[in-house]
Write a protein that binds this ligand. Structure first.
Ligand SMILES: NC(=O)c1ccc[n+]([C@@H]2O[C@H](COP(=O)([O-])OP(=O)(O)OC[C@H]3O[C@@H](n4cnc5c(N)ncnc54)[C@H](OP(=O)(O)O)[C@@H]3O)[C@@H](O)[C@H]2O)c1
Length: 283
């Protein structure tokens, strides 16, 4: 294994799931990886495993939700890292799902969802772009979701945030294309991570005052069946490497059968029929 570190990758949410698997895999492939988490302790086991054969993983404490000006915010933590490591690749991975009927979701719950899944990638990209542009090379990879293309019942808050991330990806890609910086989104289906456990349930999601209980129960029963489709996040780690090394990465990379089928379905079926199919399969 060579440790010449031709490229340095900054990946948010490296403590778990896709971020952890990708950090370890990219280290093994010879990249230098800077991985962030809100809690440094959560990166200990990853750092130990990754650095076994030589130092390639650099843990960073970062809560991407902290406002600009607060201690430990993105705008304070990133600049010294950019100066020291010259980051070529940004993987905006940290994120969570906010669950519940949209009517039950509070404005502050929705704001937090957007802070993590939309504003943080925006703030991180803004900070890293100038350096990438000057060097004439850069890759920004946004971990979106199939929910960035197809919205489903009770996942509307999460899907809103991933749709917004897709729009960000599209525009940024065209703006940065002339400067050798490419922007892509990965749209995973169901992957075996802590995503379901870490999902935030809206505080009023199952309020007795709202009429969704019957449909929520149906959703739960159907959702269990979907879990059989779950994939290994190593597939996403390998895809990230492919995007980094590709000369002309694509705009979107759906990954997982259900993601590809869901996206294809939205393109070939009439809207009304597709909405009926989605609704029937999810609640
Ligand atoms: N798993 C799936 O089926 C699936 C499907 C489609 C899309 N995705 C997307 O994949 C990405 C990674 O999720 P995962 O599946 O790997 O879930 P996960 O196992 O729950 O990991 C989520 C990561 O995000 C970080 N995170 C969450 N909120 C944060 C915040 N406010 N500040 C900093 N870090 C934060 C967590 O880090 P700390 O808690 O240590 O800070 C954690 O490392 C997410 O964007 C998710 O939307 C996942």
């Amino acid at each position: 294994m060579s440790y010449n570190f031709t490229k340095t990758v900054f990946i948010t949410g490296a403590s778990s799931g896709i971020g952890k698997t990708a950090s370890l895999y990219l280290c093994e492939q010879g990249y230098k990886v800077i991985g962030s988490s809100r809690n440094l302790g959560r990166l200990d086991s990853l750092a130990e495993e990754a650095n076994k054969k030589g130092k390639c993983f650099f843990p960073v404490e970062l809560d991407i939700n902290k406002e600009n000006g607060e201690a430990g915010c993105i705008e304070e933590v990133l600049p010294p890292l950019i100066e020291r490591y010259s980051i070529n690749v940004l993987v905006n991975n940290a994120g969570y799902g906010l669950w519940g009927p949209l009517e039950s979701i509070s404005v502050s719950e929705m704001e937090n969802q957007f802070k993590t899944n939309v504003f943080a990638p925006f703030r991180l990209s803004k900070l890293l772009i100038p350096n990438m542009r000057e060097k004439g090379y850069g890759r920004i990879i946004n971990i979106s979701s199939v929910a960035g293309w197809v919205s489903t019942p009770f996942n509307g808050a999460y899907a809103s945030s991933k749709f917004a991330l897709e729009a960000q990806t599209e525009a940024l890609r065209m703006e940065l294309w002339p400067f050798g910086v490419t922007v892509s989104s990965i749209q995973p289906g169901l992957f075996n991570t802590n995503f379901q456990t870490n999902m935030v349930h809206g505080s009023d999601a199952e309020s007795e005052a709202l009429p969704y209980k019957y449909f929520i129960n149906r959703y739960r029963r159907k959702h269990k069946k979907w879990q059989k489709l779950i994939h290994d996040p190593i597939k996403i780690a390998k895809l990230i490497e492919r995007i980094i090394e590709s000369e002309r990465p694509r705009l979107r990379y759906p990954i997982g059968f259900e993601a590809r089928a869901g996206i294809l379905g939205s393109k070939i079926f009439p809207e009304r029929i597709y909405q009926w199919m989605i609704s029937r399969s999810s609640m």
